[in-house]
Design a binder for this molecule. Structure first.
Ligand code: B16
Ligand code: MG
Length: 224
């Protein structure tokens, strides 16, 4: 079996933390008289914390001083951390552990490529941190997805060429980042949303061992 780099996004792929981001952003937005709904939360998936608050302020037609902006970001994150503190292994999405264990058993390098600055804390809470050979998160990058920086850093950490990497992502921006980096992009979610992905699965229960084996033998350009 050829060596590939398997790169996983975190939120929406390994765990569903979007619901906690939603609760924390809603509380924050409402506290400054801005409405915030689930549809807007969808648009924040894969987007950094700074860009998320910028978008919320834009939706609410508000501008803030830099100090206030930083204070609100810290407040949101504190709330979010309270939710994370309650997380455990039961929050790992279906069949994620099975897939990680299979790849590990096959000695395939595994990395995390997430926009979240809380990625390490979350992986520790759900006890998956040891499964990753490299972790690249929001603390390690300056350019947000769809810029491929996060995934390119992961390939460097794994010492695998970008063209030999596979990315699992739930956000449109993340799929675009993988495609720009010429990596095989696998969407986790809805086909109608993740149109640009090379493959889309509803979740990991739909991904077979045969499919993973096939991935290790092909490059992006030849895969159909
Ligand atoms: P934090 P991912 C992203 O994680 C989330 O999808 C996005 O909603 C969030 O704003 C971003 O992380 C930053 O998170 O506030 O924890 O630094 O999907 O790239 O794993
Ligand atoms: Mg995500």
């Amino acid at each position: 079996m050829n060596k590939k780099g398997f790169i996983f996004d975190l939120d929406g792929v390994i765990v569903d933390t979007a619901k906690y981001h939603f609760l924390a952003w809603k509380k924050l937005a409402n506290s400054i008289d801005i409405d915030f709904n689930l549809e807007q939360n969808e648009q924040l998936k894969g987007i950094s914390r700074v860009h998320s608050l910028e978008k919320i302020l834009e939706w609410g037609n508000k501008t803030l001083s830099e100090d206030k902006f930083m204070e609100l970001m810290a407040r949101k994150n504190n709330d979010y951390l309270n939710y994370i503190d309650q997380m455990d292994e039961s929050e790992i999405l279906p069949d994620v552990t099975k897939i990680l264990e299979y790849l590990k058993q096959q000695n395939q390098p595994i990395a995390l490529g997430s926009a979240s600055k809380n990625a390490r804390a979350i992986l520790k809470r759900v006890k998956l941190i040891k499964k990753f050979d490299a972790i690249v998160d929001g603390n390690d990058v300056s350019k947000a997805k769809p810029h491929p920086e996060v995934f390119l850093n992961a390939t460097r950490a794994l010492k695998i060429n970008a063209k030999d990497c596979v990315v699992f992502e739930d956000s449109v921006a993340g799929i675009q980042a993988a495609n720009i980096a010429n990596m095989i992009s696998i969407g986790i979610g809805e086909k109608s949303i993740l149109k640009e992905a090379d493959f889309v699965f509803k979740d990991f229960t739909e991904i077979s061992i045969e499919f993973l084996n096939k991935l290790t033998n092909v490059e992006k350009k030849v895969i159909q």
